[in-house]
Design a protein around this ligand. Structure first.
Ligand code: NAI
Length: 286
């Protein structure tokens, strides 16, 4: 209650970012979102036209308000990093101040400070390729968009985060167990994200009294997941093999996120928390 959250990685109402935004809004937080520049137009238009109104409904019947939508491309830290072809791209040229540093500055100018930072974004251009066939460029792109993007966001937002605040990201068990098909260096990117969660928990804890955790989520048929190509199979596998044989709802991840960034979790930092119906605990499923 009375807190302000910046959620990076919301571009429709299907993903984990949206569900986290709702859970935080339901708990009384003010919601700011960062939307990938190429998806900005359609997201804002859909929002304005009421396309998301049904899924904006909170448990008390009110609609989630998004105080402001910021264009963001988390693979660029400062304007000087942006290549000419991206600058010239008409989807990018139509927006401004979308590098990480600029977004943090704009949020500071608009609102002064935040309490909660959520990283719910990933991208791996070669995700459908096995690691053995992944190019250096594809691998580094996966790490840049999916792991360093969190380091950069925390780096730039930490100075405007109120002490006692918290940040979270979303990871996947392919970081620690073999998930054939989660390729292109995405498994490596999630391993980096989890390791960074620990180191950043230490650094941001000491520097700004900020907690850093990551949620290892089970499979969800989001837009990003559909791009991987076998999400339906993963959902079915989980349903058959997990201790809890039920559909995993994005809201269940949202609720855990709300807990983790709240004072109820005031001693939890540096952790990878599983929200996967328990699938990670199975050895042999019968
Ligand atoms: P999603 O499609 O709702 O979210 C991914 C978002 O990342 C999209 O809004 C996309 O526009 C944004 N994005 C991509 N590149 C970006 C960039 N350079 N700058 C800014 N934004 C960028 O999909 P989902 O699945 O909810 O993904 C959210 C997080 O959850 C990701 O970290 C994903 O790896 C993680 N996750 C997803 C699982 C699933 O089965 N869907 C399972 C475990 C983790």
């Amino acid at each position: 209650t009375g807190k302000r959250a910046f959620i990076a990685g919301v571009a429709d109402d299907n993903g984990y970012g949206w569900a986290i935004a709702k859970a935080l809004a339901a708990a009384g937080a003010e919601i700011l979102v960062g939307t990938w520049v190429p998806a900005l137009n359609i997201f804002e238009t859909s929002l304005r036209r009421g396309k998301f109104d049904e899924s904006r409904k909170l448990p008390d019947g009110s609609l989630m308000e998004i105080a402001k939508v910021y264009p963001l491309d988390a693979v660029y830290d400062i304007p000087e990093d942006v290549p000419e072809d991206v600058k010239a791209n008409k989807r990018y040229a139509g927006a401004s101040n979308w590098t990480v540093k600029e977004v943090a500055e704009t949020v500071k100018n608009d609102f002064g400070s935040i309490d909660i930072l959520v990283h719910s974004l990933a991208n791996g251009p070669e995700v459908t390729k096995p690691l053995l066939e992944t190019s250096r460029r594809g691998y580094l792109a996966a790490i840049s968009a999916s792991s360093y993007s969190f380091v950069s966001l925390l780096q730039h937002f930490l100075p405007i985060m109120n002490p006692g605040g918290a940040s979270i990201s979303l990871t996947y068990i392919a970081s620690e167990r073999i998930i054939p098909g989660y390729g292109g260096g995405m498994s490596s990117a999630k391993a980096a994200l989890e390791s960074d969660t620990r180191v950043l928990a230490y650094e941001a804890g000491r520097k700004g009294k900020i907690r850093v955790n990551t949620i290892s989520a089970g499979p969800l048929g989001s837009r990003a997941a559909k791009a991987i190509g076998f999400i339906e199979k993963m959902i079915e596998y989980s349903y058959v093999n997990a201790p809890l044989q039920k559909e995993l709802l994005a809201d269940e991840v949202g609720n855990t996120a709300a807990f983790l960034v709240s004072p109820l979790a005031s001693a939890v930092t540096g952790s990878t928390i599983y929200v996967d119906n328990g699938l990670n605990t199975m050895g042999l499923a019968l």
